[in-house]
Design a protein around this ligand. Structure first.
Ligand code: BTN
Length: 332
């Protein structure tokens, strides 16, 4: 959606019951037929706009679309989300924010899309990204920290997404599955992809990509058993702009705390209280294979501690965790 369309929206929001096409055109220095085209675009994005040949246009229903103009009123941050680039469709918001970063975008820049054609998940997986229902967004961070600390940002983001969900949907009980999946009733409702550009002693940038299943009334069969949506879990439609702003608000606070403390110390307690893994049998898949055991703790540097059947305690820095039925933790 281009800037002029957003300006037409602003005028309709601030106007009386109706605003004439002539008046909108005059204020934005565009023709009446251009006004009509922008109104048509807003309607296609989901805004309820009525038109009357004599009175002009009137906004009746704000759309549940994460446009900058909808997100900003909910935003309490100083840096994160102060620049929001909205796309109706994009291949991947992580790719798009990476391009903006190479062109000099500032820390906190956000790219959000209504749909993605090549949404990226962890471990090279695809992230289903249909239009009109979910949140897909990426945030550019440029932390001045040692590269070894970057994986911790996945946990920082998980806490912020969990907190944002809790604020927007207090009726839903969500859990965090290390390192950064959000589950509701054991099914995934949000995922985070943390991609970094590093040198041996320097972090150029980190891109945090967040996908949240928000308002889908159902999921395609292969996903039904392992994923859910906030609407399925809570039984009501959730505001995408408010949820996006809620996550950014929490992320800014958590990110600043993490930079200040130099560790995960202040958020570990929150993470463990809401963890799906506490003392649960798990299988953790990573590049070196599969480790089975009981999840015991998260360290202040973000590793998952697994106790194996022979009593050894392993610290894992990365991996994909599968929860096992009780009694199945033995063996490797
Ligand atoms: C996971 O596998 O759990 C991580 C999924 C991350 C998906 C989000 S959607 C927005 C951003 N853009 C992408 O291409 N991926 C992330």
């Amino acid at each position: 959606m281009n800037e002029t369309t957003e300006n037409v929206l602003e005028l309709l929001k601030g106007g009386d019951e109706y605003l004439s096409g002539e008046e909108i055109g005059r204020r934005l220095a565009i023709s009446r037929s251009a006004v009509w085209k922008h109104v048509r675009e807003l309607k296609a994005a989901g805004y309820g706009i009525v038109s009357s040949p004599k009175k002009g246009y009137g906004l009746r229903v704000a759309a549940n679309v994460p446009l900058a103009a909808e997100v900003m009123p909910h935003l309490k941050t100083l840096t994160l989300g102060r620049s929001i680039d909205y796309h109706g469709v994009v291949d991947s918001t992580n790719r798009a924010v990476g391009d903006l970063a190479r062109q000099g975008a500032v820390e906190g820049t956000v790219v959000v899309a209504d749909a993605q054609t090549a949404g990226r998940g962890r471990m090279g997986r695809h992230w289903e990204s249909p239009a009109g229902e979910n949140l897909y967004f990426s945030i550019l961070l440029t932390p001045n920290v040692e590269p070894a600390r970057v994986p911790q940002l996945a946990l920082v983001a998980a806490v912020a997404v969990h907190e944002g969900l809790g604020e927007c949907c207090p009726e839903i009980i969500a859990q965090i599955k290390w390192p950064n999946d959000i589950l509701v009733g054991g099914r995934k409702v949000a995922g985070i992809l943390c991609e970094a550009s590093l040198e041996a002693d320097r972090v150029h940038r980190v891109i945090l990509g967040v996908g949240i299943n928000v308002n889908g009334a159902s999921l395609p069969p292969p996903l039904r058993a392992i994923a859910t949506t906030l609407r399925i879990a809570g039984g009501r439609e959730v505001s995408r702009p408010a949820l996006l702003a809620g996550v950014l608000n929490r992320l800014e606070t958590r990110y600043e705390g993490w930079l200040r403390d130099g560790s995960l110390a202040t958020l570990l307690d929150y993470f463990e209280r809401h963890s799906a893994l506490n003392d649960r049998p798990v299988a953790v898949e990573n590049r070196s294979g599969v480790v089975r055991g009981t999840a015991r703790a998260i360290t202040p540097t973000g590793e998952l501690v697994i106790e194996t059947a022979d009593g050894a305690r392993l610290r894992l820095l990365a991996g994909d965790v599968h929860l096992l039925p009780l009694g199945r933790e033995g063996g490797r």
